[in-house]
Each structure stands twice: as C-alpha cells, then as structure tokens.
Design a protein. Sequence first.
Length: 129
Amino acid sequence: MTEAFRRAVVDTLFPADAGLPSGTEAGVTLAPTDHDPVLTAIADRSGGEASFVAADEPTRVATLQTVEQEDGAAFERMIVDLLADYCEAQSVLRAFGWRTDPPQPRGFDLPPFDATVLAQAKRRGRLWR
C-alpha cells in the first residue's frame, strides 16, 4: 500500500471540519501492515489505490461505505484504532478546547478541601474496636 493511499483513507475517514484538523494533519497514520485486508478491499472496490487517491470525496466515502457493509467487523477495528489516535492528538484536543498537558505530575485543579464535610463522621466517633 502506498503512503498516498493510506493518507487518502485516513483523510476520508477524518476530514478537516469546523476547526478540527484532518486525520493526517493530526498525525494519524496507517502503518503499511495495519489492517491490510480492509485496505486491500478499499483499493479493489475503487479500481486501485491510485483511483481511490484521485477520486473526489463523495466517491471515496461511497467506497468506504461499501467496504464497511461487506466486512463490518474488520472495518470497525480499523476505525477504533484510528479514532483512538485521532482523539488523543494534541491538535484535536486543542480544537476541542481541552488541555493537552498530562495530568501528572501537576495533577488536576481541585477546589480547596472543605473539612466541614467530615464533621458528622468525626462526631460519630470510631465504629470499630
């Protein structure tokens, strides 16, 4: 599978829209051996990899829908793998307005602790011997 074909598949599944980056802009990639049966089916249904790359978006989408209908389970596995990468991309997180830095070691911002929520438990005393 050519790089151009794999990129075309990713960008057809995740097109740029409303401030969101396309799949390849977000760094999503299909490794050469990932999901080969699905990619082969996409190439076959479109008349070859070059035909898929050269096709307009509605034609690409129709091809993907046909492959999905023919082998939904394999197609779904590919989508789940790609979706995880897409949703974890920093550019996508920023587009959603979410923070991109890891929660540790700084942690999440929490409101100050209110010790009065423990007052009833403290008045009750120990429940064990």
